[in-house]
Design a protein around this ligand. Structure first.
Ligand code: GN1
Ligand code: MG
Length: 373
């Protein structure tokens, strides 16, 4: 029934408290780090499941990570339970326990696994065209942060330390350039020079406007638009990918969401001319976001948002290029120069945002008009 070349999936599935009979297993999603499988249930009335192998080379403390996710999910569900008409199990992920009541299973090869209920009839988008989706996305990530505002920030561990620390990312980049372990540096001097030319300014910006001026909150830290599951009416149903929910800065969640949403092309677009800014989508995101965030966001945090918008595509570009220089050890790649192509696309996006920054900042400063419906 379930055949996979790498993993003994029937054995792994049997470790979890699964109802019904799993008949079909399909690889799922476009994540760069973990492996995901959709388990289809043959028994009517029993749920489908999402089985994930957690990449423990990257998430080094899996028990801590799963503890975080459990706390976040429990908190979000309790918030939704207070809202009439909401359905916590549809709108927040539900973990499946193992036979010995844990939230992860370590197989005999040392791989870590976890399982969620699969949310049927939902979809996600890598590239968005419909402007109303920007508003939906902004509302969803704003509400996510708002709902976590009263969860104790000290109760969560850092699943990846220094995740959005730009100084650390620049240092890693410099180290990769210096050691050049697979001899790729010589072909990408122009890319290295451009990125190096912006490093000091962005580190300073992060110190002055983000880390030095605002405090940490519980943030998502991977606010790609495709981490939102939409229902059949294209309304956001659920925020997913909770692996990096931990203390962070609002500016970086905002910047990472804009990075994926404002880009008219995909994250790894080869044809750089296709990478343009979708300003109406940006406008609708900020409207949805501030509508939800207005209940907690400070003036300093609003001022920090544009810094996040510059820093995140830049940081993503150096992360991809660092991995390219290191021989593609971090992100999954689908062809040999994939990380280089990703980095070039993110640099192009960064250049566009940098070139249009005043216009974008003007939009952030516009007063938010809350729609009547
Ligand atoms: C990784 O695996 P995925 O696609 O959820 C990465 C994010 C990057 C993203 C780029 C733990 O996320 O930080 O923004 O790729 N996650 C980790 O698409 O490094
Ligand atoms: Mg992720």
């Amino acid at each position: 029934m379930i055949i996979n070349e790498k993993y003994d999936l029937p054995e792994i599935v049997s470790q979890f408290q699964v109802k019904g009979t799993i008949s079909v297993v399909k690889p799922h999603g476009s994540g760069h780090i973990n492996d995901s499988f959709h388990l289809q249930n043959a028994q009517a009335g029993s749920p489908d499941y999402l089985l994930q192998r957690i990449n423990s080379a990257i998430f080094k403390d899996v028990p801590g990570l799963m503890e975080n996710i459990y706390k976040v999910i429990t908190h979000l569900k309790s918030k939704l339970a207070e809202i009439p008409g909401s359905n916590p199990d549809n709108e927040v992920l539900t973990l499946v326990k193992t036979a010995d009541s844990k939230f992860y299973y370590k197989d005999t090869q040392g791989n870590y696994w976890r399982m969620y209920h699969y949310l049927k009839d939902t979809r996600s988008f890598d590239v968005i065209e419909d402007n109303s989706l920007g508003y939906e996305g902004g509302r969803a990530f704003g509400r996510f942060q708002a709902q976590l505002i009263d969860l104790d920030i000290n109760s969560l561990c850092e699943t990846i330390p220094d995740f959005h620390n730009i100084s650390k990312r620049v240092n890693d980049f410099k180290q990769a350039i210096a050691s050049d372990p697979v001899g790729r540096k010589q072909h990408i001097q122009a890319e290295i020079d451009f990125l190096s030319s912006r490093a000091e300014h962005l580190i300073q910006l992060s110190r002055d406007v983000v880390e030095g001026a605002t405090t940490k909150r519980i943030t998502h830290n991977d606010t790609k638009f495709n981490n939102l599951l939409l229902d059949q009416m294209n309304r956001v149903q659920c925020v997913v990918d909770l692996d990096t929910v931990m203390p962070g800065y609002l500016a970086y969640d905002f910047g990472d969401a804009i990075r994926t949403l404002i880009n008219s092309a995909s994250e790894d677009e080869k044809d750089l001319d296709k990478i343009r800014l979708n300003i109406p989508l940006f406008e609708s995101y900020i409207r949805g976001y501030l509508e939800q965030a207005s209940e907690f966001i400070t003036p300093e945090e609003v001022r920090s948002l544009s810094a996040g918008m510059l820093i995140l595509p830049y940081m993503q570009s150096i992360r991809f290029l660092t991995d390219y220089l290191n021989g593609d050890t971090y992100y999954k790649i689908h062809f040999p120069e994939h990380n280089l192509q990703r980095s070039r696309a993110q640099t192009q996006l960064f250049r566009q945002i940098e070139g249009n920054l005043s216009e974008l900042e003007e939009i952030i400063r516009k007063p938010v008009i809350v729609p009547s419906t």
